[in-house]
Structures are given as structure tokens and as C-alpha cells.
Design a protein around this ligand. Structure first.
Ligand code: ZN
Length: 161
């Protein structure tokens, strides 16, 4: 992992180039600097949430709050690898608790639908099928592969599988 150049402690998830200088900074330091720069203070409301999907399976999310020059971004990232990622964006004058509420609602909504049904044929072969001739997935970048990855129902779909 890349360590934050400001606090030398946390993982630097934000990489910027300012005046040809590479800057790697963590979420906490970025939000602190941005808050000072903009004269706004954005207190983090929620660290993590756990919600059930329609099948009753629980999904655990870490919440990242990112203060950007254009507003605030909240992202719910499922704790397991290549899981769900849900993002909401808000303007600067956004009511932060309301934005968190929006993120929770959007996450619930995402978990309330499963598009893929998995099962096993009587001969023991497993199958994957679409439930309603409808498919909504997310395209994410994978850390292992150098190619975009499709994530459906919080599970990655690999092209070679
Ligand atoms: Zn830091």
C-alpha cells in the first residue's frame, strides 16, 4: 500500500498531481485539507453499515466520505473483494445527514434486487441464469486484472469463467 504523505500513517487512496508533484494522501487528511480550504467542516456521520439483501444474506459496507472541490461524495464499499459499490454525490451546501440517508436508501434499493439466480441441475452441474430478463450490473476496475470487471448482485463476473 501507498502511505499518506501527510500523516505517514494511513493508506493513501487519493493520488493527485499538483505542479508536477505527485501527492498521495489518505481520505482523512484530504477531507481535513479540503474542509480548511473551503471553510466548511464535514464531520463523518457513519463509518460502516450492514444490510440484508432480498435473499436474507447480510452485506457489510465501509463508508468512505470524500470531500472534492465540487462537493461531497459518499461511497459504500462492500467489505469483501469485488463486491457492491454504491456512490452518492452532493453539492457543498448539501445536508450531510440527508446525504447519508440517501446512500443508505440507495444501498437498500440495490440489495433489494437480485438479477442472477444460481442453482444446481439434478446431474450436479451448476448453472447461472437471469431472473427477469433484466440485468443491472456495475463496471468496476479490478485490482488484480488490468481490465474492467462486471459486478452483478455484488459478485464479480469474469469473462473467462
Ligand atoms: Zn493521511
Amino acid at each position: 500500500m501507498t502511505v499518506c504523505t501527510v500523516c505517514n500513517e494511513k493508506e493513501a487512496k487519493i493520488h493527485m498531481t499538483i505542479d508536477d508533484k505527485q501527492i498521495a494522501i489518505c481520505e482523512t487528511c484530504n477531507n481535513l485539507e479540503m474542509s480548511q480550504l473551503l471553510g466548511h467542516n464535514f464531520e463523518k456521520e457513519i463509518e460502516e453499515i450492514t444490510l440484508p439483501d432480498i435473499s436474507g444474506k447480510y452485506h457489510h459496507f465501509t463508508i468512505e466520505q470524500l470531500v472534492l472541490p465540487v462537493g461531497v461524495r459518499l461511497e459504500a464499499i462492500e467489505s469483501k473483494n469485488d463486491g457492491y459499490r454504491i456512490v452518492v454525490d452532493g453539492a457543498f451546501d448539501t445536508d450531510l445527514p440527508a446525504l447519508y440517508q440517501k446512500l443508505v436508501e440507495k444501498t437498500k434499493q440495490t440489495l433489494s434486487k437480485l438479477y442472477v439466480e444460481k442453482g444446481i441441475f439434478p446431474n450436479g452441474q451448476s448453472y447461472v441464469t437471469l431472473r427477469d430478463y433484466e440485468l443491472v450490473g456495475q463496471v468496476q476496475s479490478s485490482e488484480d486484472l488490468n481490465e474492467p470487471m462486471l459486478v452483478i448482485d455484488g459478485e464479480p463476473i469474469h469473462g473467462n469463467k
